[in-house]
Design a protein around this ligand. Structure first.
Ligand code: HAM
Length: 461
């Protein structure tokens, strides 16, 4: 199954309601997807892995609304595609101008300005974000990010720490082909001086630049560097480099970030054209790009410093650094590398009740309350149908209760497979109710033990 759009019926969705027979049937809007089991189990596991890494590094969870006053997002840059072309804007019933969040950093800075927490404020977040883009693999209108931000320090070691958090996470989920590119945008003055030099250079080469990029030369020269269009990319390759415009202070900051990455064993490449698509960046910028994905959508994680953003949102001058990674794209990269598969979601024990279902109801409840993953079939199905369901569930043990067992106060315990999925050669036994838990514990130990060398440990799943 592909990493992001789940292969549920929703995958065939096209957007508008389609009429069928007597009533209308509705589909997910274009560029959005349902997330259903078993694929959703992968998202839960992914979040779990990130939470572990973030908490070990001292980041707490922050949740902000998915819509905000539209002006919160204006600071991302009026000239950026994200704000200028892709934002979902609306007026509520009281005519407040709001927008669905296109990214998380502006909201985090708004929250900081509003609550004024003690610094450094280290937070992580996750959830849906919205951009009106042309949907394609790895690009959606509702997509999901995990992000982390450190506010209140300009220490270059915080930059190295946040990059290490992302790198360590990719490592933990087994992703390997995700090179890190870094750059420095310098301070406010650097950016302005560089923009002047860049637009002068681009004007000189305007005839060679793709016509669709020409209108950006004067208004947003840095955006020209982002262009994936071939002719533009050729001109951009020889453009002045922002790293040549860094002040002594910004240069030293960048040097310290690089030193930190080297000390932490994180490989990187300096890419002076890495200016990112959002206007708030100062000093460090970085991206992890998946070598396994198509170049148009290969950035799985982007981030950088934004030392002026909190102040622009009405807070005190507060430096900040962070990143966001796109979950869908990350999972596409996992698929391409064949890592971080959908985890098996199976029961450990399946209760088969041929005497009306009350025993299954009570036993599953009892087992769950002591931490066993237990399940059952409903609707008083035949024993054959219940056995088939037990088998499909992947459970290691079936508990069978019929009228004979009820009369005798016993349960039949039937081993189905080893914990690793291998076949098992342990006979079923009928035990008194009072001995059930002890029997289950001993049986789990047997089924969990390493497979005998000659045994069959093949995984039928
Ligand atoms: P961004 O580069 O706009 O940065 O987005 C971060 C990541 O979100 C991208 O690298 C990509 O993986 C994913 N993404 C973005 N748009 C889409 C889309 N339409 N469909 C699927 N995935 C998408 C930010 O959002 C900044 N807030 C990052 C940051 C945090 N900078 C500092 N702190």
């Amino acid at each position: 199954m592909s990493g992001s759009p789940p292969t549920t019926p929703a995958r065939r969705s096209g957007g508008a309601a389609a009429s069928s027979g007597g009533g209308a049937s509705y589909r997910t809007p274009i560029g959005t997807h349902d997330l259903a089991p078993p694929e959703s189990g992968r998202w839960v596991a992914l979040l779990g892995a990130f939470i572990g890494a973030a908490e070990r590094a001292g980041f707490g969870y922050l949740q902000t609304p998915i819509f905000e006053d539209i002006d919160v997002f204006a600071r991302i840059g009026e000239g950026t595609d994200v704000v200028g072309k892709e934002m979902y804007e609306f007026a509520d019933r009281s005519d407040r101008r709001l927008a669905l969040r296109p990214e998380g950093t502006a909201s985090v800075c708004r929250a900081f300005a509003q609550h004024r927490p003690t610094t450094p404020w280290k937070v992580w977040y996750q959830g849906p974000f919205f951009r009106y883009e042309a949907p394609q693999a790895g690009r959606y209108r509702q997509f999901h990010q995990i992000g982390a931000e450190t506010l209140g320090t300009d220490d270059a070691d915080a930059d190295a720490e946040i990059i290490a958090l992302a790198a360590g996470f990719f490592d933990a989920i087994g992703l390997q082909r995700v090179p890190l590119l870094i750059n420095s945008m310098g301070d406010g003055d650097t950016r302005a001086a560089y923009a002047d030099a860049l637009s002068a250079y681009l004007r000189q080469h305007a005839d060679d630049i793709d016509p669709q990029d020409c209108d950006k030369i004067d208004r947003h020269p840095l955006r020209v560097l982002d262009s994936k269009r071939r002719a533009t990319a050729v001109v951009a390759a020889d453009a002045p480099r922002i790293t040549d415009f860094l002040s002594g202070e910004s240069g030293a900051h960048f040097e310290r970030v690089r030193e930190g990455l080297t000390a932490l064993g994180i490989d990187y490449e300096v890419e002076p054209k890495l200016v990112r698509g959002l206007d708030y960046y100062t000093r460090t910028t970085f991206e992890f790009r998946a070598a396994s994905l198509d170049a148009a959508q290969d950035t799985i994680c982007g981030g950088g410093r934004y030392n002026g953003l909190v102040e622009a949102l009405g807070g005190p001058p507060t430096p900040g650094i962070g990143f966001a990674l796109g979950i869908e794209r990350l999972l596409l990269a996992c698929d391409a590398e064949g890592v971080f598969d959908v985890p098996a979601q199976r029961a450990e024990v399946w209760v088969i009740d041929t005497a009306g279902g009350a025993e299954a109801r009570d036993l599953t409840h009892q087992l769950r309350s002591i931490g066993v993953r237990a399940d059952r079939a409903f609707d008083d199905r035949s024993i054959r149908a219940q056995m088939r369901a037990a088998d499909r569930s992947g459970a290691e043990i079936a508990l069978i209760v019929g009228t004979d067992e009820i009369d005798a106060g016993t349960v039949t315990v039937r081993p189905l497979r080893r914990s690793d999925g291998g076949s098992v050669d342990v006979p079923q036994q009928t035990v008194p109710r009072s001995e059930l838990l002890g029997t289950l514990r001993a049986l789990f130990d047997t089924l969990n033990a390493p497979a005998p060398a000659s045994g069959d440990s093949s995984n039928p799943a």
